[in-house]
Design a protein. Structure first.
Length: 357
């Protein structure tokens, strides 16, 4: 990955300004145990606890767009197993990893900065689709209605990887639906309001990230600043710090301290549009470490490719008119994929060009 250092020397605008980094103070940590107690007991007191969680979710989405959850229901031993297979995969030779290299025909597979030509990012990754096959537009062209199918590329080693990934994806989906229900309730909507965008098809995927120790961390980023295009991201990370969120109140970068057994939740651009800017997706990035490698596993909960994303009718009126014109999620996802595989000065495509004046 020596190419990265030269790229950042030529592009200083991508270097992290370490002088403005603040420790993570105030990023909400939400206890989800009342949800499980409610399903078990369904009492008035449980309902009151649920309402308390909904209020916490609303505050976190409005003030941060990021929060951590504890007592989330994802088995700790499963999380440990999925982290173990990730480490085992990345410990293999580059030749072995490239046997499942990603190409233009699918989002699934292995990649690194040299493979994708995105030399700004100091990392390597391995992606798996939540649904196989996953239907996506064949082109980002609005006039092209053709679709194609993406399939997973599972490595032979470690042999337990495939089963572990499928089990973990199942748990991520269960949690993601619960979180979407809480977000819907926090917006004054029926709890299952968002389920219809996922029940038949979806374009969700899981990613294994490996950020090697970087000899010149002041010249590189693990991942450049960006916002996630989907509805929600659920992130599991190890004990090595690196994730940073841009705080809305003053635009400073805040480092997220890993909380034991917690999962980090990121509101994506789709929720921002659905809520008509009531909730805003937060910009974030990953800083590399000069001494320690870092591992993380995000799950991107994305709606079906044919979903037309627009502000929900229940949330717009004369006093709060629609702030976005509708867009096709699948074509937007394809555009983002094409942009991320090229050397560009712009970090990512944004939903801002769908905003109504």
């Amino acid at each position: 990955m020596g190419e990265v250092e030269a790229a950042f020397i030529q592009a200083p605008e991508h270097r992290p300004d370490l002088s403005i980094i603040a420790e993570a103070q105030g990023i909400p940590v939400i206890d989800l145990s009342p949800i499980h107690q409610h399903f078990e007991n369904d009492t008035v007191s449980d309902q009151s606890a649920i309402e308390g969680v909904v209020k916490e979710v609303r505050r976190a989405c409005k003030e941060w767009g990021f929060f951590q959850v504890t007592n989330h229901g994802v088995p700790l031993n499963l999380r440990q197993r999925v982290e173990d297979v990730s480490r085992k995969f990345f410990s293999q030779s580059l030749e072995e990893k490239k046997k499942v290299a990603r190409d233009h025909t699918s989002l699934s597979g292995y990649y690194d900065s040299e493979h994708t030509k995105n030399v700004r990012d100091w990392k390597e990754g391995l992606d798996f689709l939540a649904k196989e096959p996953t239907l996506v537009p064949i082109s980002a062209d609005d006039d092209d209605d053709r679709t194609t199918q993406w399939f997973n590329r599972y490595p032979q080693n470690p042999p337990e990887l495939r089963g572990t990934v499928l089990e973990y994806i199942d748990e991520m989906e269960k949690l993601a639906f619960k979180l979407l229900e809480l977000i819907a309730l926090s917006l004054g909507l029926e709890s299952r309001r968002f389920h219809g965008y996922y029940l038949k098809d979806q374009s969700s995927f899981i990613r294994f990230n490996h950020y090697p120790a970087c000899p010149s961390p002041h010249l590189a980023l693990g991942v450049g600043r960006h916002k996630d295009p989907g509805a929600l991201t659920i992130l599991a990370q190890d004990e090595v710090e690196g994730l940073e969120v841009r705080r809305k109140s003053d635009q400073e970068w805040i480092r997220v301290k890993p909380a034991p057994q917690a999962l980090i939740i990121n509101v994506g651009e789709v929720v921002q549009v659905w809520s008509n800017d009531e909730y805003e997706s937060a910009e974030h990035r990953v800083i590399v470490n000069c001494e320690k490698e870092r591992f993380s596993i995000p799950f991107f909960f994305n709606p079906a490719h044919y979903t037309i994303v627009e502000p929900l009718k229940e949330l717009i009126n004369e006093q709060n008119p629609s702030k976005y014109r509708p867009y096709n999620f699948g074509k937007y996802l394809v555009k983002r994929k094409e942009s991320n595989s090229q050397k560009q000065n712009v970090e990512n495509l944004l939903i801002s060009h769908f905003r109504l004046l």
